[in-house]
Write a protein that binds this ligand. Structure first.
Ligand code: ADP
Ligand code: MG
Length: 358
């Protein structure tokens, strides 16, 4: 359906994309992952002609859209784009936001635009908000309305650029649920996202971008579980782990909890599991190891479902805090949820490791 050949994009001296080629078939759900600044947004924006490629060609259903003679507006209508920020017109009601594009660009009659708009609002669970203004909606609702507005243009493919990263963590789930539904209904989607669990579940293909192009691609399983190339491996490892410096007396539990909760939500941990993780971490950092200077790391594996929490700190003598009588209560709380709790000492480095089952 879409064919990209030799796509290159430079901004002045900066080459962001170098000779990228790929094809996207109808019904494919492709996730694009990669470090910040590697060119993911630029890639989407070139496909959508929001940026002019420096070189290369993009075909949609055989038509060369990078050709100067192409009817860019008509072609762009085949591609919807959903951004981080919702870009709804604040002076228009939600239903009017949905009717505007079809009436103006597709010349759809008013009544039909209304009926269609309502249909898409229903699809994203917002029929009840048709007559509300954007400011009366939560962030998650706004993004769902923005998705409905995009669908109302009946695009053949929808490009999503980090659609949940501007949202409060509590609202990410509702937007992902809508996207998940669209994916199962056969919509062709190209999604830049940090939501790895989501990407893993819905993608027919995953593209890892780095070094000015598609550095590695494959099925979810290939890219997430068995990455072949070094940068992909490092990236996958990094996104699965949460690291937080613990700064002795100045340790800020509230800031720590907020960050950890956000990480766990992003990886689709259940509410119950998140609470367990927060409780265990608090017992460990505030009651068993108060005032340490060190590092907290949480890692999880999609394959085994196992989560490990490792806290390490420097102290010259070997002293196992887990055997101390005064820690028996917090330790019991931890052991209640954990499969294993262990202490390790080497080179003045003390490490406590907690393993939890999936
Ligand atoms: P990502 O979405 O992967 O984080 P971007 O595509 O936004 O990355 O950006 C890739 C690189 O291109 C970055 O170094 C960014 O600073 C640069 N860049 C993006 N847009 C422009 C622009 N309009 N002008 C100049 N540089 C840009
Ligand atoms: Mg981006």
């Amino acid at each position: 359906m879409i064919k990209i050949t030799g796509l290159t994009k430079r901004f002045g001296d900066l080459t962001v994309l170098q000779n990228v080629s790929t094809e996207i078939g109808k019904g494919e759900v492709i996730s694009i992952i990669g470090p910040s600044g590697c060119g993911k947004s630029t890639f989407l924006r070139c496909i959508n002609l929001l940026e002019k490629p420096t070189a290369g060609e993009i075909f949609i259903n055989g038509e060369n859209i990078s050709d100067r003679r192409a009817d860019v507006n008509r072609l762009r209508q085949k591609m919807g784009m959903v951004f981080q920020s919702f870009n709804l017109y604040s002076h228009l009601m939600i239903i009017e936001n949905l009717m505007l594009g079809p009436q103006k660009l597709l010349k759809t009659p008013r009544q039909q635009a209304f009926d269609n708009g309502m249909k898409y609002l229903e699809m994203v669970g917002l029929a009840g908000k048709a007559y509300s203004y954007p400011d009366e909606l939560s962030g998650g609702q706004k993004q769902r309305a923005a998705i409905a507005r995009t669908l109302a243009m009946k695009p053949e493919i929808v490009l999503f650029d980090e659609p949940t990263s501007a949202l409060d963590p509590t609202m990410v789930g509702e937007v992902l649920a809508v996207m998940r539904k669209l994916a199962t209904e056969g919509l062709t989607m190209l999604i830049v996202t940090h939501e790895m669990k989501f990407a893993r579940d819905v993608s027919t293909r995953v593209l890892y971008m780095d070094e000015q192009g598609i550095y590695e691609e494959g099925s979810s399983e290939q890219v997430f579980d068995h990455p072949q190339r070094p940068k992909t491996r490092a990236f996958i490892h990094k996104i699965r782990s949460f690291v937080h410096k613990i700064e002795g007396k100045h340790f800020d539990l509230y800031a720590f909890n907020a960050r950890l909760e956000q990480f766990l939500k992003r990886h689709m941990f259940t509410e119950k599991k998140i609470n367990t993780m927060l409780l265990i971490s608090e017992e460990l950092l505030c009651n068993i190891l108060p005032d340490i200077e060190g590092e907290y790391m949480l890692e999880y594996s999609d394959e085994t479902g196992e989560t490990t929490v490792t806290v390490s700190y420097m102290k010259e003598e070997e002293e196992n805090p887990l055997t101390s009588e005064e820690h028996s209560l917090p330790l019991m709380i931890i052991q209640n949820s954990a499969k294993d709790v262990s202490y390790h000492f080497a080179d003045n480095k003390n490490t406590i490791k907690i393993t939890l089952e999936g």
